[in-house]
Design a protein around this ligand. Structure first.
Ligand code: SF4
Length: 505
């Protein structure tokens, strides 16, 4: 347990972000007083003006706020930031929320340094704890910062390690080149098929076992078509053009051939695909694929598929709840190539239970032989809603050093396959505080992946659990509307889902 006392502010989110970097498994308790006889870590974080008045009580807290931190272990004071601290200054004509943003970031910096001092550890991404670290680089690129100054800022102010800073800058530049090509009135479309053959141990998505859901698939497709038809007419009415379509889930190929054909035909006939640049379908699991389904997909507008091994070790596949072998993955990949797919992504996860760095390398070796067009390397994250979260022991036996070794090996293999990193994101509770990173050969970068990550374009999403995002870059504002996650509720409340969407589109 770590006890925290906040004075003059309520920046709990930032405080927890930093504490969890160093003490993932510790609970955090907020207290009003130093607990008597407390054994453990106690942190006091006070924000006050130069005159000592607490920031939240001052009429105008601009210009002179200072962040004071005291750290106590087992009742003994081991750190005190003292009085000689530079204030966080913001000119008085700048809006208060900007000053608050600066204060929050500085608080993270100061707290990070205190915990670095306490533990002797530093984190690969420094204080960049958010999901989208490339956004900061995009902001700096837009403000015409030079590459050197961006790199210095990442390594200095944000305390990102050198190799991560380099990859982040390269990713942001690659993304920018692709983002700049999108027309201003373009949107991307997401369609969710929330069924899978079995549920993976780490899954937190809307995914229902198809064997228990086959009688509901038709009703789901009927409801989805209502939402698609209405959405297409709103898109047309607004004069938007569809740049990319992504059908995910779940695993869309887990539905039967007839339903898959119906889905793809309906998408093709309902949305205006005249300006479409990319159409991805997740064909993630080989136990959901056969030649007929691959042929149906090939006959549609889909031009990018994802066949996702996650691991090429049979024991690991079994342990994570997958009903197939590595040879099944190879079969599906080779069949897809034979049928003519020339843009195939593969996903792999570093840190799966029971998979050592050596075994992970074996997976990479087999992927190298297949030579996909892009490779997405995930680091395992323990998510709410997954079976894995209940079983903390199965994922704590792997060291940060070993995870870093795996992620480094994946990068090497990606380079050997002629790929470069093109998009990147982070997740909460990700092992080793690392990242997920997409590598691609030239010209096979996924537009949709970049758009969803950098939030420069509306994503119009349909299906159970789908989230539509309207983006207003000039106002620095995003509006979201959520569909219900339950398949049954989605079917029953489809008119409400459509109406919700209409309120923001
Ligand atoms: S294949 Fe993906 S969506 Fe399906 S259960 Fe596994 S992680 Fe979840």
């Amino acid at each position: 347990m770590i006890c925290v006392k906040l004075e003059g502010h309520d920046f709990k989110y930032q405080v927890e972000d930093v504490i969890k970097l160093f003490f993932y498994n510790e609970d955090i308790a907020y207290v009003d007083e130093f607990p008597a006889d407390f054994k453990g870590i106690f942190v006091l974080i006070r924000i006050a003006g130069a005159d000592g008045s607490l920031a939240e009580k001052k009429e105008d807290s601009l210009n002179d706020d200072k962040i004071y931190i005291e750290l106590w272990r087992d009742g003994i004071n081991i750190y005190n930031s003292g009085n000689n601290i530079a204030p966080v200054s913001t000119p008085r004509d700048i809006k208060k929320h900007i000053h608050k943003k600066k204060l929050k970031m500085e608080l993270k910096r100061q707290l990070y340094l205190v915990f670095k001092f306490l533990t002797g550890k530093s984190m690969p991404w420094g204080i960049l704890t958010g999901i989208r670290p490339a956004k900061i680089v995009h902001e700096m690129l837009e403000m015409s910062y030079t590459e050197d100054s961006i790199s210095d800022s990442l390594k200095g102010y944000y305390m990102v390690k050198e190799d991560k800073a380099e990859v982040l800058l390269n990713v942001a530049k690659k993304e920018k080149a692709i983002l700049d090509l999108a027309s201003p009135n373009s949107v991307s479309i997401y369609i969710g098929i929330p069924f899978c053959t079995t549920r993976c141990l780490y899954c937190s998505f809307t995914s229902n076992p198809i064997s228990l859901s086959s009688d509901i698939v038709k009703k789901y497709m009927d409801a989805l078509m209502v939402e698609m038809a209405k959405t297409a007419s709103i898109i047309n009415r607004n004069g938007w053009s569809v740049q990319s379509i992504y059908i995910g889930g779940g695993t869309p190929t887990s539905i039967d051939e007839k339903s898959l054909n119906r889905l793809l035909s309906y998408v093709g006939s309902t949305f205006d695909t005249g300006n479409l640049e990319e159409f991805t379908l997740e064909a993630g699991r080989p136990d959901s694929l056969n030649i007929d389904k691959l042929s149906i997909i090939k006959a549609s507008r889909v031009d990018r598929i994802s066949i996702n091994p996650q691991s090429m070790n049979d024991d690991v596949l079994k342990a994570i709840g997958r009903n197939h072998t590595a040879r099944d993955i190879e079969w599906a990949f080779r069949k897809a190539r034979e049928i003519g797919f020339d843009n195939i992504n593969m996903d792999i996860i570093a840190g799966l239970p029971g998979e050592s760095a050596q075994m992970f390398n074996k997976s990479l070796e087999r992927i190298l032989e297949l030579s996909p067009d892009s490779l997405t390397v995930h680091t395992l994250s323990i998510k709410r809603g997954s079976k894995l979260i209940d079983d903390k022991t199965s994922h704590t036996d792997i060291s940060n050093g070993e995870i870093e070794e795996m992620v480094g090996a994946a990068a090497e293999y990606a380079y050997r396959m002629g790929m470069k990193p093109y998009y990147l994101y982070r997740q909460k509770n990700i092992l080793g505080n690392l990242e997920n990173i997409g590598y691609s050969t030239e010209g096979h970068e996924s537009i949709y992946n970049i758009q969803i990550m950098e939030e420069k374009q509306p994503i119009i999403a349909m299906g159970a659990g789908a989230v539509t995002k309207m983006v207003y870059p000039e106002e620095n504002r995003i509006e979201r509307v959520f569909n219900v996650k339950s398949v049954n509720e989605y079917i029953q409340r489809i008119d409400e889902m459509v109406a919700r969407k209409e309120t923001i589109m």
